[in-house]
Write a protein that binds this ligand. Structure first.
Ligand code: IPE
Ligand code: IPE
Ligand code: MG
Length: 252
């Protein structure tokens, strides 16, 4: 057998991958990763940032269009103050250390979530990274930070109610599009695939509206252990899904 035919045979044996246009990731299990190694939870968060950096590169290399990662939820405020402060500092450090690389990789960054209650210096940093990457045309990296799906829907409802109260919108004219346009994710496609690591199988208030027809893949590894092998396995599982969207046949 020639080398060429060996390579072809090997490729043929691999299940096909399907690349999502929009991938959502609930990056869970940093604390358990650390605990299993007798380390502090904060060390798990540090390793989690490395896994995120790696995932951004994978998405660029495999041609994912949009990547939304859940990095701090509105419910995470119930954690000890030290841990919250550490996670906030990590976000700051990630933005500062990775901004140049994101720009040179043509990544557009968007941060979704409420900015109420965030320190003004953090809000400025967020605004700055969004502005400096706004014209980029490659991967759209959406960071859900201080984000909750229910809070997002409540905020959208307030916006729409204000339009109605001001006489600019009739209640009968409110459609799904009106609501979509009032969400933080206005203009973004819905995620076609959502991954959650660490073996937990729940949505934890992530993209509630947008996940209406997302496929879910749950993997057992904790977030810091999520690597290219895990990524490929997930894309193989996604390729086998039959997405019917309420119809009777697979869409494609
Ligand atoms: C995910 O890891 C990161 C955040 C929620 C900020 P966790 O911190 O939830 O880790 P576990 O679930 O306790 O292991
Ligand atoms: C979801 O993980 C939030 C993030 C990954 C940022 P949690 O660890 O907060 O979720 P629960 O509490 O296990 O549902
Ligand atoms: Mg967790």
């Amino acid at each position: 057998m020639s080398i060429d035919s060996v390579i072809t045979a090997d490729l043929a044996q691999r299940p096909r991958l399907r690349i999502p246009a929009h991938l959502g990731v609930i990056m869970d299990g940093n604390g358990r990763w650390a605990k299993a190694r007798n380390k502090r939870r904060t060390e798990g968060h540090i390793e989690g940032v490395k896994a995120l950096r790696n995932l951004v590169e994978l998405c660029i290399n495999y041609g994912v269009g949009h990547l939304t990662v859940f990095s701090f939820s509105s419910e995470n405020w119930t954690r000890p103050r030290d841990e919250i402060a550490f996670i906030f500092n990590l976000l700051r450090r990630f933005v500062i250390s990775d901004l140049q690389r994101l720009i040179s990789n043509n990544v557009q960054v968007r941060i979704i979530g409420t900015r109420d209650g965030l320190e003004p210096s953090l809000v400025r940093l967020i605004d700055d990274v969004e502005a400096k990457t706004a014209a980029n045309t490659g991967l759209v990296l959406v960071v859900a930070f201080n984000y909750g799906g229910k809070a997002e829907i409540a905020e959208a409802t307030r916006k729409i109610a204000r339009e109605v109260a001001a006489g600019r919108l009739s209640p009968d004219a409110i459609t799904e599009d009106t609501i979509e346009a009032a969400l933080y994710t206005a203009g973004l496609p819905d995620p076609d695939l959502i991954i959650r690591t660490s073996g937990e199988q729940r949505i934890s208030n992530f993209l509630l509206w947008q996940a209406a027809y997302s496929e879910f893949v749950f993997v057992d590894e904790n977030w810091p252990d999520f690597d290219e092998n895990s990524f490929v396995r997930v894309l193989e599982a996604f390729a086998l899904r039959d997405r019917r969207f309420g119809g009777i046949e697979a869409s494609s």
